[in-house]
Design a binder for this molecule. Structure first.
Ligand code: F6R
Ligand code: MN
Length: 187
């Protein structure tokens, strides 16, 4: 039998980049992140064009039962004392979870439930993160290299950014050359 061998998409191990798939790409810049960092004055002082993170997504179907795969490349940097981070979101379909997998660099995954209780997981090469439903999530790059993480999430999950307008209740900053976690009231 002559069964054609399918060459699947792949992650380039060294860079964490997705390759060989139909890819969608999105860059998120300083100018897109109004109100996300605590120090809005510091954010406005930075170049708006500066890319904070790139996301590559395999172009698959958003239908029930399908899965999306994407890689986030979160660059090192800070806004004021706060480390670069993703916007963060709940899934629109709150019960839908997600898996993150650390590919490159070091950082944190901030998880927060609907009652505002937050926790942090270390992200490192090979780390696996099971994000349950009803849990908002945000990546934070506390290192000096790019933080890349692969994510797999249900096609039907959707994203709800607006529900987090009050923000996350934990902030991660650098103070005295140390990584510090601060609790804040209502973000
Ligand atoms: C998908 C997911 C990730 C994020 C990406 C960017 O559900 O969690 O692919 O979308 O890390 O973060 P946001 O979407 O918060 O800007
Ligand atoms: Mn998600």
């Amino acid at each position: 039998m002559n069964i054609p061998l399918i060459q699947p998409p792949q992650v380039e191990w060294a860079s964490g980049a997705l390759a060989k798939g139909p890819l969608l790409r999105k860059s998120t810049r300083i100018q897109d992140l109004t109100g996300i960092f605590v120090d809005e004055t510091a954010r406005r002082r930075l170049s708006g064009e500066h890319v904070v993170y790139d996301v590559e997504i395999l172009a698959t179907s958003p239908a029930e039962g399908e899965l999306y795969t994407g890689v986030t490349h979160l660059y090192p940097g800070r806004v004021g004392s706060e480390f670069f981070m993703t916007r963060g979101h709940f899934h629109a379909r709150r019960e839908q979870g997600e898996v993150y997998f650390g590919l490159r660099g070091n950082g944190l995954l901030l998880l927060q439930n609907e009652q505002g209780q937050a926790r942090l997981e270390s992200v490192f090469v090979g780390s696996i993160h099971i994000i349950p439903g009803f849990t908002a999530h945000r990546l934070i790059n506390t290192g000096s290299e790019v933080l890349s993480a692969l994510a797999v999430w249900p096609g039907v999950a959707g994203h709800d950014y607006a529900a987090l307008t009050k923000g996350f209740t934990l902030r991660v900053v650098e103070e005295n050359q140390q990584i510090q976690v601060k609790a804040v009231q209502n973000g």
